[in-house]
Design a protein around this ligand. Structure first.
Ligand SMILES: *[C@@H]1O[C@H](CO)[C@@H](O)[C@H](O)[C@H]1NC(C)=O
Ligand SMILES: *[C@@H]1O[C@H](CO)[C@@H](O)[C@H](O)[C@H]1NC(C)=O
Length: 333
């Protein structure tokens, strides 16, 4: 009898260990892509969002200017803040919209680099799995789109976050659109796992500069404005881990915002095609350094001591610059 209970205790311990490890495995690390900085130690990239419209609404003009700026800055890669394909994402891996709105539009030599993309709410209205499929890389090897992942260089670490499942309105029938929530249900678990993975990865990061990229805004004065769910669930993690920049799209404009709750700079680059929405939200405690309602994109240049951010319009003209060191930040228009 004594040996039986000892055995069952051992079995219990064994199961605890197995399930314990299984649990750790379930919250596995986010996938990481690495980039070695340039020979001089710097790193540069462009950021564009809300773009895939087969070249229309000035998408092609923005693409042309991205090519020029990309050449000048010798960019290492491009970041897309989501809403990659309008109106309803891709219908399948074979949807011609992928080539019509991406491959055939961003043709400049300087843009033949990796494109790291998150999903936007419009992407969720199509076949999400298609956009995430490695098959697209056979058609165009630049394309890298995952739900949440990390791009890591010695200088900077960029954390990509899938923000669409945070927004409660998209789960209500009255919203009127159909979303592809496969892999997201139950959203509560999906979000808590993602936030936990992000928090762990941010805490482990030793990078000089930390960027977090998502589709939806934490701070914006554009049409959609702040996303309350991100302010309550995502922002505290960014604040606790000394994130330097939060970058997003969703609002079809360009913005640079800060507030006095933390040193985080909020950068909006969602102006890859349709813009000029013409409405502005309440400032609501925000310090708005720059807001532009029209089309354009953003560039980032990083060294050990400086981060230089520049916003451009559809003609490639510089609209706003901000440069940041770890100690202080200067802004100028
Ligand atoms: C394209 O850009 C030009 C120059 O900014 C602007 O006048 C025009 O309205 C834009 N077109 C669209 C469809 O937004
Ligand atoms: C950053 O801004 C400061 C102040 O405006 C300026 O003196 C400095 O040259 C800028 N640095 C770069 C690399 O542009």
């Amino acid at each position: 009898m004594a040996s039986f209970s000892e055995n069952s205790m051992n079995v219990y311990i064994l199961f605890t260990i197995i399930f314990g490890l299984g649990f750790l495995h379930a919250t596995a690390e986010l996938q990481k892509f690495t980039h070695t900085p340039k020979a001089d130690g710097s790193l540069s990239f462009l950021v564009v969002g809300d773009w895939g419209r087969r070249g229309e609404y000035n998408q092609s003009d923005v693409a042309l200017q991205m090519g020029d700026v990309g050449e000048k800055l010798d960019i290492d890669f491009v970041v897309s803040t989501g809403d990659n394909f309008y109106d309803d994402g891709l219908t399948s891996e074979h949807d011609p919209n992928f080539e019509d709105s991406f491959t055939k539009i961003y043709t400049a030599r300087s843009l033949q680099k990796r494109w790291y993309s998150v999903l936007g709410n419009h992407d969720y209205r199509g076949d999400v799995e298609a956009q995430l499929s490695p098959f697209l890389r056979i058609i165009d090897k630049r394309w890298i789109c995952l739900r949440s992942f990390i791009v890591d260089s010695e200088l900077a670490e960029i954390f990509f976050v899938d923000t669409t499942p945070f927004v409660r309105d998209y789960f209500t029938v009255s919203e009127g659109h159909t979303y592809d929530w496969r892999e997201v249900y139950p959203p509560k678990t999906y979000i808590s796992t993602m936030l936990k993975d992000l928090d762990i990865a941010l805490r482990q990061s030793t990078a000089k500069w930390k960027f977090v990229v998502g589709h939806h805004a934490i701070r914006s004065i554009g049409h959609h404005g702040d996303t309350p769910e991100l302010r309550s669930h995502l922002l505290p993690i960014l604040q606790a881990n000394n994130v330097d920049f939060y970058v997003n799209g969703h609002d079809h404009c360009l913005e640079h915002i800060s507030d006095n709750a933390s040193p985080i700079q909020f950068l909006v680059s969602g102006a890859g095609s349709k813009a000029w929405r013409g409405d502005v939200q309440n400032l609501n405690g925000k310090d708005v350094h720059f807001f532009y309602d029209g089309q354009g994109f953003m560039s980032v240049q990083l060294t050990q001591t400086e981060a230089d951010i520049v916003f451009y319009d559809v003609h490639g003209h510089v609209l706003h610059k901000t440069n940041s060191s770890k100690k202080e930040l200067h802004s100028s228009i």
